[in-house]
Design a protein. Sequence first.
Lengths: 520, 517
Amino acid sequence: MLSVLLMVVPLAGAIVIMLAPARAARGIAMIATLAGAGIAVAAATNFDGWGTGGWGLEFQSELLPTLGITLTLGADSVSLMLILLTALLMPLAVLGSWTAVTTRLREYYGWMLVLSTAMIGVFLARDLLVFYICFEFTLVPMYFLIAIYGSGNRAWASLKFFIYTFLGSLIALAGLLYVVWQHAAVAGAWSFSIPELAAFASTGLTSVEQAWILLALMAGFAVKIPLFPVHTWLPLAHTEAPTAGSVLLAGVLLKLGTYGLYRFVLPMVPAAVVEWAPLIAVLSIIGILYAALICWVQTDVKKLVAYSSVSHLGFCVLGLVALNPLGLQGSVLYMINHGLSTGALFFLIGMMYERYHTRDMGQVGGLASKMPVWSCFMVFFVLASVGLPGLNGFVSEFLCLIGTFAAGGSGAYPGVLGPWLAAIAAIGMIFAAMYLLIMVGKIVFGTLREPPGHASDMPSDLNFREIVVLVPLAIGCILLGVQPDLAIHAMEGAVADTLSAYPDVVTGVLNSVSPQGATP
Amino acid sequence: MTDRLWLLIPELVLLAGAVSCAILGVSRSVAIRRLLPAATVVTLLVALAASVFVYVPGAVEAATGPGAVPLPWLGRAVIPITVVVGLVLVLVQAGFVDRVYEMAVASGRTTFDPLRSARGEYYVFFLLSMAGLMLTCAAPDLIWLFLALELTSLPTYVMVAMSRDDRRAQEAAMKYFYLGAMSAAMFLFGFALLYGATGTMVLGDMQAVLAGRMADTGSIGSLAVIGLLLSVLGIGFKLAAVPMHLYAPDVYEGAAAQVTAFLGFVPKASGAIALMLILSLTGWTEEGGSLPPAVLITLWLMAVLTMTLGNIGALLQSNVKRMLAYSSISHSGYMLIGIIAGPGAGFAAVLVYLLAYGLGNTATFAVLASLRAGDHEVESIDDLAGLREKHPGLAWAMAISAGSLLGFPPLMGFWGKLLLFIAGVASGHLVLIVIAGINSAISAWYYLRLVALPLTGTPSSTSGSIERRPYEGPRMAAVACTVLLICLPLLLGSIMSQASDAVVTVDELRNSAGVDE
């Protein structure tokens, strides 16, 4: 029942907002998102699959019996962590928009809540169509958030965002429908249940079919992640989106792509994944390095952080295709860490923008003397993002790289990547330190530079509300930096389930390539 | 024969309604003439009620008796769909022809004549065309099919011509008429060849002859194939399918938005149904059989070209009615996927899609019909910019119906498209589905303009002067369609079972009747 509440509460909030006067919108949104966060925490404490794998929060109801479409919800520990991330980010996003949004309040907060329902729906779905509907539906609120509340080039940014993702997910849908059809032909009845389809596809389809399905699924998820070379919508969308939109986009929406890899690609088409993992890894490494180099030359801070997302998500994908528990745990942890630290960076940039109405590093700089509290947070979250040991980014990045490094060996989880790929990807960490620290150097330190004639009714440094937005994120960063074991241990069972087929498949593929079973 | 008449009661009701409207339309009392839209609504509802009584298991004899149709229970789904869309169409159109006349009087082009101040004949044509659509699905032989198709089309030519007091409407009507006549000649020639190939006009007998030839020689013979091809191409005109689509943009633009809403649905539905009937002749059933390769390839190409050219055409338009015309072409392409997917799931998906498309299409034109820019209709898409500031309801109706036409979950259009896609995949046409997916993404480009401009655009000097027309019908129709597009997915299960019951073939019906006994 909790799972239904998780989805219904924000939706109900949105409906109430539509009926209530505009000035009440913020308050209602705050209550609804806090209630959602409360329910998510309650769900997490009641969940008994931490560490052991297994499913909780289950709910089932018939939708279309003739086609085998059911409303099936449920979460394993990985989904539940992402649900927690979403539900906890939502109140912060509402609080962060408190003064930034001044027009069309009802629609703004209404769309935010609808977005929350759709995102949580993606993580809860255990039926293919429920997943697809929620996955697609996240586009609509985000589209409006960008198109109505964005800056300058918002019309084009929102259109590009919509079309890229829509095309990708339609192709993914075609691939998934093929699986459904093949399954129906064998089983004799239509079913859209994700576990059933995954179990069928991983064994019942030939490797050629799997490769095509992999391609179709990647079309859907790679765009969302975004993976090089289909990442070009992201900087635009991020730059033009309102602050809270960027936060949710970076914090949660990008994770829908990596979550799709985790939930569909890995369990459904293992043979194809093993075959094509090197290519996917190379694409993510290109993304890591290429996006990092682009960051280096940015003058627009928001664009810089947007490109850094492309670079960071590259590590996330790398960890997933390492196909061993280390990589997967690192990757899932990375999803959460990136949500915390990059979300916070977008908040900080938004706060700066509210005061100076520019994001250009050439115009603003040396804010440490003017905004000390802001500068502290900025340095803190940049360090978290760079991967300073002791903060959250380090652990997950390290695990992803270790996973990749170990993915060439022949242990319990043999893989098809190896030390070389890990070494090249690691250069990305150095780049990240360079571009992020250069950014900090420019806008935090040095002599104070302010755009001429800027006027804002905001206090010069952060106010209490803004500090309240940032503190929970900072606590999360420290907690996951010092005690990553909590999260890593909690997802062990689920990760092992997802990987269960792989050791055999990898060994099989390796043996068929080189009889010795050794990789260079 | 009386058995057959039993199945035709809904159509007879419509004909009776049409005749009554014709008689009442010349009444001397304006009050009576103004009642005609209501009479049309009543007629449609009575036809719906009649269809519920007609298509009951007890009528199996009628459906399977001599002269039975290949898909005898098609009306079971087509009549309710027609009535639902027909009701919103009446709402869109109620009284608008009277305004055309009043405008002409007001501008001094004609003097006022009380006898012409309410045009009852319009509703006669409306009902006749609807009756033609319903008769199409009951056609037992080729002559009947031809007459039904023409009964659907002929009134629409008149409706286009009288829809506006404007030369463009006359031009559109002429174009539509001549090209329609050409297409009729084409499929009539196809029918003649089919007759030549089989020696019978009766669809059931034809099916048997072709099935026998198929069993003997492994093909249905080239004469029959050419006949089928010509019929398919000719009927493609009704669907506005490539290569018979060229008239659509001009005609849709020339006619008033109210009539365009009608053109977008009724002829299209009759074309889709006629295609199902004609293609069933080849002995193509859910269990087995297939289309002759030439016909399959033709349909396949038609589907791909129709989707692609329709969508690309729509992308290039700045006139909103032309854009919707091209988009309606692309929807015919999607429907052809269902036709290619074949009897059973494919045809059923087409029926569901017709409902979703009909409502979405009517809603967009209803929004256009309820707006005016000065004396004129809304022409440019940019005129819709910032519509929500003055008319939020209409802006939302436009956005939601565009979303449904785009096939965005969870609106009705999504489910329609999904069923088509599932049927397509299940019949092994994966490439076609991928092409359709890419086309849907292309269509997102222009449908999003219909979402974005009204809801997120800022009014310009021209779009700021857009006003609502002073009558309520189109607005109510837009709202009704929007509500249905949102709520119908809740009833999807029963809609689907209704649709799949409707496409049961006569053999299956006979077998199941035999089992019951």
